[in-house]
Design a protein around this ligand. Structure first.
Ligand SMILES: NC(=O)c1ccc[n+]([C@@H]2O[C@H](COP(=O)([O-])OP(=O)(O)OC[C@H]3O[C@@H](n4cnc5c(N)ncnc54)[C@H](O)[C@@H]3O)[C@@H](O)[C@H]2O)c1
Length: 254
């Protein structure tokens, strides 16, 4: 993959959140392979360090930083560290989110607020902390949404609200900062990451059957879409929610 990736992001600095695993990890590798200097962040500091080490071992440029995206103070520290490393920030991948099951009548306040804080408030914190640097660089922001923003799945109201909020926010931000910063979202379907480790074989098979592509997505599938939206190949794309779901959300499920 490294050899085949185009070098569209050479010389640019990219900060990624929740990048110690899954989609974020694959995206860190992809952006580095495309020439970016990447700041790998995660609440799991050891995991972020491991990913940055792997990128450096492969010849890429990477730093790591602990960043719990729900903490505005940690955002300030990560942005300061990034600016002191390269002096600019060109690409921001906002990737944190988690789906905890529970129908609306079963959810307690903590679960509702926790899921919204992790997936949606964190986008606000991240954008607020980076607008000056991104404006100076005429940068690009890519947010990881989910097909839960587009179709209903029983038992995930907070996750749907958070990801649906991202769909609207990405349009709002694209208008607000038009001409200075591009904002887009990738909208993954089922992607084979740690999130899927505890899913039953039956549900996995059912999901594949409902996906026209005939398989789950890989983290690299999503990373490729993030890299496209982050690059100048997408210079006229802003405010867009890009489905990367193997057709899951447009299938009649027959
Ligand atoms: N896997 C899927 O099927 C799928 C589908 C659609 C959307 N998504 C979205 O993709 C994103 C990444 O999911 P994944 O499947 O790669 O997950 P993953 O479980 O592989 O990785 C999640 C990462 O988030 C980090 N994290 C957790 N809390 C954090 C916090 N407060 N601050 C910073 N980092 C934190 C974890 O340490 C971990 O490294 C999420 O937003 C998820 O909602 C995933």
């Amino acid at each position: 993959m490294t050899a085949a990736a185009p070098a569209r992001i050479t010389g640019r600095t990219a900060l990624l959140t929740a990048a110690a695993s899954g989609i974020g990890e694959a995206t860190a590798h992809r952006l580095a392979a495309e020439g970016a200097r990447v700041v790998v962040t995660d609440a799991d500091a050891e995991g972020a360090h491991r990913v940055a080490e792997e990128i450096r071992a492969g010849g890429g440029q990477a730093r790591d930083h602990r960043l719990d995206v729900t903490s505005p103070d940690e955002w300030a520290a990560a942005v300061e560290e990034t600016a002191s490393w390269t002096g600019h920030l060109d690409v921001l991948h906002l990737n944190a989110g988690r789906n905890l099951p529970g129908a609306a009548h079963e959810l307690d306040d903590a679960s509702w607020h926790g899921q919204l804080r992790l997936a949606l408030d964190s986008v606000f914190f991240g954008v607020r902390a980076t607008v000056p640097l991104l404006t100076a660089a005429r940068g690009a922001v890519v947010i990881t949404s989910s097909v839960h923003a587009a179709i209903g799945f029983k038992g995930f109201p907070a996750y749907a609200a958070a990801k649906g909020g991202i769909s609207a926010l990405v349009r709002q931000l694209a208008v607000e900062y038009g001409g200075r910063i591009r904002f887009n979202a990738v909208v993954p379907g089922a992607v084979d990451t740690a999130l899927w480790a505890h899913v039953s074989p039956e549900y996995r098979a059912e999901t594949i059957a409902r996906t026209p592509a005939g398989r789950l997505g890989t983290p690299e599938d999503i990373a490729a879409a993030v890299a496209l939206l982050a690059s100048d190949d997408a210079s006229f794309i802003t405010g867009h929610n890009l489905l990367v779901d193997g057709g899951r959300s447009i299938s009649s499920h027959e």
